[in-house]
Structures are given as structure tokens and as C-alpha cells.
Design a protein around this ligand. Structure first.
Ligand code: PMP
Length: 372
């Protein structure tokens, strides 16, 4: 689907690592370039027309990205990615306990451990257990879609239960937001974190949705210029969310580029993107089933494979030599591997620009690896 829009793609390359990093369409690259060539000023500072244009473009991008996830502009802050978004929540509010699943990304585990917050580890999202156990001031912080096997968690029911118990919810949407229809209104979480570079946007971009009802409770991760209304030698007053949470000069080129990525995704249609990935995944998994490999797949777009004949790392190296880019390793989900009889997987991850040709190229090499 639309490979020609992506300058990084070519006939020799089979790119199957979009869970790590998606490629960008030409219009995103041009939007980033527009900032540096046409209006390269400080947003929100100087009063001249270049600066005003930069501010306008940045806020247009915020409105577009917010609308893409069903939020309003005043509920979305810019971050450098999912990690910074999760850190903002972790360091901005006191939680009694944090409930995690075994498949959380290290970006949703290390911060709680480092801060010494009590964590409750569930093997999977256990709604019954949560209903019995959750209390006021607890947080459930979980993936929407697993970066290991594509599993989709029932975050809508989770958020409903958590609200009834007056617990908070943080959804890591890094792997879901650009792969199908997504609405913060339907999910109704308190916080949603995501990364721009996984949704056809520039590196160093992302966002944190904060529901209006909890904005007052959250403290910023950083303080400084641009977020201050007034200051004296001893105090300062701060802007409300989101501007009060975004001190320092913003990544204007990056976020305007992310706005263009959202335009691009919307021009394709998110249902179409989902159907496309579903179709490719069904084909991929059905072919893998006849091979000598373990398969981990619970949803569209992401399939982890463990070959019997060699390590996943060796298989990834062979793939690389044949022009097929897949990732091997533990995918920042180390705890999941602790009780397994293998220490890494070979992960295929798709995006809208992948084609059946890409899947066939991977399967061809996988067939020869599994026959060894
Ligand atoms: N959560 C998940 C599910 C991820 O896949 C990733 C990136 N692989 C992250 C969090 C971290 O995202 P970022 O690097 O943009 O902070």
C-alpha cells in the first residue's frame, strides 16, 4: 500500500521493523524542511511574523494530532516519545501502587522501579483481579498493543473498572495509535502515551494525553522558560496544561512533521490500515505454521518467531544479508523471557507500506532457515 510515498523504501529493501521505527512519507519530510527553510523562528517567544508563524504551525499540529486521537487540543502535551510521556505521569503524581502486566515495555517498568513505587505484576491483564484489588490512588499502567506479539488488551473495560474504583489509568499506545482507529473518548483513560516515530512522524516526537479531570493533579516533569506566566526572585506562576508542562523551546520541526504524518494517515483511513495489516498477518502466520518455528502472535501487525535450527540473532543476520530488516532480541520486555527456554525472538512488524511481496520475501528465507 502506497510504498511510492516513502523515499526510504526501494525494490531491494524489505523493511519489517516498524514496531521499532516507522518510515516517513515524503510529505512529512517536506513539512520538517518547511520549518527550516520558510519560518525557522522561536515559537511562542518573539512577536515578529516568523515567530508567530512557527507558533501557529505548532498549535495547528497540536490540534490535528489531538483530533486524530479523539482528544481536544487542551488535553495533549508534546513529549519526545512514549518514555518521556510515562515518566511525566510517574513523576507528576503520587500513586499508592502501580499494576503492570508481564509484557510491559521497559519504559513502563524501569521508571516505577527507580522511583521505588510499589508494583503489582500480573501475568496478563486480569480484569477480575483488578476489580477485586484496585483501590483509590492506585494506577493501572498497561500496553494497548504488545510490541512482542501484537496482543490487544481490553483497555476500555479496564478503564471502566478503574474509574469505578477511583483508580487511575495510563495506556501505553506506542504500538496501537497508527495501526487502526483509536479514540481516547472510547477508551476513557486518564493518561495515554505515544511515540511519533512509530506513527510515520519524525524522531524525538510523541505525546501525552491527559484527561481534563486529572490535569490539576499532575505536576510537570520539567520547569522553565516558556511555561511561566510571571516570576519574581523567589517564586513563579505557571501556565495551565499543556503549555505549563512544556518549558524550553519545543521541537517545532518535529511536531509540525508529526501533524503532517497524521494528515497522511487520515488520507489513507485507519480502518483500511488495520485491514491491510490484518490481511498480511493472517497470511504470514498461516505460512509460518507449516515451518519448524515457534510463533507468538495475538493480533495484527506484530509476529514473533523462534526458529528451532538457530538463534533468532543468527536468523536476523541472515535476513539482513538478504535485504530483509527484522529485529531480534528481547524487545525491551526482558521479564517475559525469564521463564522461557529461548532468550530472544525474531520479530516481524508491519505498517501500511508493507506488501505481500515483503511477507513472501521473509517467508522464503524463513523456510530455508527452518529446513536446516
Ligand atoms: N512502549 C512500547 C510498547 C514500545 O514499543 C516502545 C518503543 N519500542 C516504547 C514504549 C518506548 O517508546 P519511545 O522510545 O518512543 O519512548
Amino acid at each position: 500500500m502506497n510504498e511510492k510515498d516513502f523515499p526510504c523504501l526501494n525494490d531491494e529493501l524489505v523493511y519489517l521493523d516498524s514496531a521499532c521505527m516507522s518510515f516517513r512519507p515524503q510529505r512529512v519530510i517536506e513539512k520538517v524542511q518547511d520549518y527550516y527553510t520558510d519560518y525557522s523562528g522561536c515559537s511562542g517567544r518573539s512577536g515578529h511574523s516568523i515567530s508567530r508563524r512557527a507558533e501557529q504551525e505548532l498549535e495547528n499540529a497540536r490540534a490535528k494530532i489531538a483530533s486524530f486521537i479523539g482528544a481536544s487540543k487542551s488535553e495533549l502535551m508534546f513529549t519526545s516519545g512514549t518514555t518521556e510521556a510515562i515518566n511525566t505521569v510517574a513523576q507528576g503524581l503520587d500513586f499508592e501502587r502501580v499494576f503492570l502486566t508481564e509484557k510491559e515495555h521497559n519504559s513502563n517498568r524501569a521508571v516505577w522501579q527507580e522511583l521505588g513505587v510499589e508494583t503489582v505484576n500480573m501475568a496478563d491483564l486480569d480484569l477480575e483481579f483488578l476489580e477485586k484489588t484496585l483501590g483509590e490512588k492506585d494506577l493501572v499502567s498497561v500496553l494497548h498493543v504488545s510490541n512482542l506479539d501484537g496482543e490487544i488488551l481490553d483497555v476500555e473495560t479496564l478503564c471502566k473498572i478503574s474509574r469505578e474504583k477511583q483508580a487511575y489509568t495510563l495506556i501505553d499506545a506506542a504500538q496501537s495509535i497508527s495501526h487502526g482507529p483509536f479514540s481516547v473518548r472510547e477508551i476513557d483513560a486518564d493518561f495515554v502515551a505515544f511515540s511519533g516515530h512509530k506513527m510515520l512522524g519524525p524522531t524525538g516526537t510523541g505525546g501525552l494525553y491527559v484527561a481534563e479531570r486529572v490535569q490539576e493533579e499532575l505536576e510537570p516533569l520539567k520547569y522553565g522558560g516558556g511555561a511561566v506566566i510571571d516570576s519574581s526572585l523567589s517564586t513563579n506562576s505557571r501556565e495551565d496544561f499543556p503549555h505549563g508542562f512544556e518549558p524550553g523551546l519545543k521541537n517545532i520541526a518535529g511536531f509540525t512533521g508529526l501533524g503532517a504524518a497524521v494528515d497522511y494517515l487520515e488520507s489513507i483511513g485507519m480502518r483500511k490500515v488495520l485491514e491491510h495489516e490484518e490481511e498480511l498477518t493472517v497470511h504470514l502466520v498461516s505460512e509460518l505454521e507449516s515451518m519448524n518455528v515457534k510463533i507468538f502472535n495475538k493480533g495484527p501487525g506484530i509476529v514473533s518467531v523462534v526458529p528451532e535450527s538457530m538463534s533468532s540473532n543468527e536468523a536476523a543476520e541472515i535476513m539482513d544479508l538478504k535485504g530483509i530488516k527484522v529485529r531480534s532480541g528481547q524487545h525491551c520486555v526482558h521479564p517475559w523471557f525469564k521463564n522461557k527456554d529461548f532468550d530472544s525472538t525474531l520479530r516481524v512488524s508491519l505498517h501500511l507500506y508493507n506488501s505481500k511481496r515483503d511477507v513472501e520475501a521473509f517467508l522464503k528465507v524463513m523456510r530455508s532457515i527452518s529446513a536446516l
